[in-house]
Design a protein around this ligand. Structure first.
Ligand code: BTN
Length: 243
């Protein structure tokens, strides 16, 4: 299937910036842009997202969900579920798992990351630009040496190469189905669906030097951590280390 709302460019600084401009100009929900090369790809928490040209999927999608601002993090989580279904299909019999808030793992290594950026106007959610980076055809040599144990790609897992545009279309299809569900019933289903793929449910975690157990995901996407004394704390952002 060819998606008329998927633009492909050779090179750009960041598809996030391109899609952000398109959204501000009025492009509709579902419009997406992918680039074969990003010269200033961005990751979460201000990090850089580096990917060898032409090998991996770098895609940003405009979404205009009618949801409360506090539920916006659920859209990034929804995207990680959609990526996981695409990775499952490509990497069968291996299965994709999720790391809070929205990393996708396979064989305990990161295969995809999601950067969700929202624009809020007059206290309502105007749009979200959802950035998705999937390691599709990277080889081990493409990763920085110090990260080669923690990253993987669809190609490394399967020994095959994949078409980037088809991978993008499969992701947009899976995302579209989940967004349609949000439109009909709201986003309250997201935490339970996300938890089914959670790699660390019940695991010990460390946050800011405090140890606890990952017990669940709250209705707004926050991670619920149980402290040794039984108190439950909510974690809304920031790095979590699995122990
Ligand atoms: C992460 O840190 O795990 C999130 C990475 C998100 C990378 C994607 S690639 C497409 C889009 N454009 C960017 O500059 N970043 C996102």
């Amino acid at each position: 299937m060819h998606r008329p709302n998927l633009v492909m460019v050779e090179s750009t600084e960041s598809t996030q910036d391109m899609a952000g401009k398109m959204a501000a100009e009025g492009f509709p929900s579902g419009a997406a842009v992918m680039a074969l090369r990003q010269t200033r790809g961005r990751g979460r928490s201000g990090s850089e997202w580096i990917s060898p040209p032409g090998k991996n999927l770098s895609l940003s999608v405009i979404l205009r969900p009618v949801i409360e601002i506090r539920h916006a993090p659920l859209i990034g989580m929804l995207a990680s579920i959609a990526v996981a279904t695409v990775v499952d299909l490509a990497c069968e019999p291996y299965q994709a798992f999720l790391k809070w808030p929205n990393d996708v793992l396979i064989q305990n290594r990161k295969i995809a990351g999601i950067l969700s950026e929202a624009r809020i106007t007059d206290s309502s959610l105007e749009f979200i630009v959802l950035g998705v980076g999937i390691n599709v055809n990277s080889s081990v040599d493409d990763f920085p040496v110090e990260m080669s144990d923690s990253l993987t790609s669809m190609s490394i897992i399967t020994g095959r190469t994949f078409d980037l545009r088809i991978t993008a279309e499969r992701f947009l299809e899976a995302l579209g189905e989940l967004i349609a569900r949000v439109e009909t019933e709201g986003p309250s289903f997201v935490p339970s669906v996300w938890e089914k793929r959670w790699a660390h449910k019940g695991h010990s975690l460390i946050r800011d030097g405090i140890k606890g157990t990952a017990t669940g995901i709250d209705s707004d996407g926050a991670l619920l951590m149980k402290l040794p004394g039984g108190e439950i704390v909510r974690i809304s952002s920031g790095a979590i280390l699995a122990t």
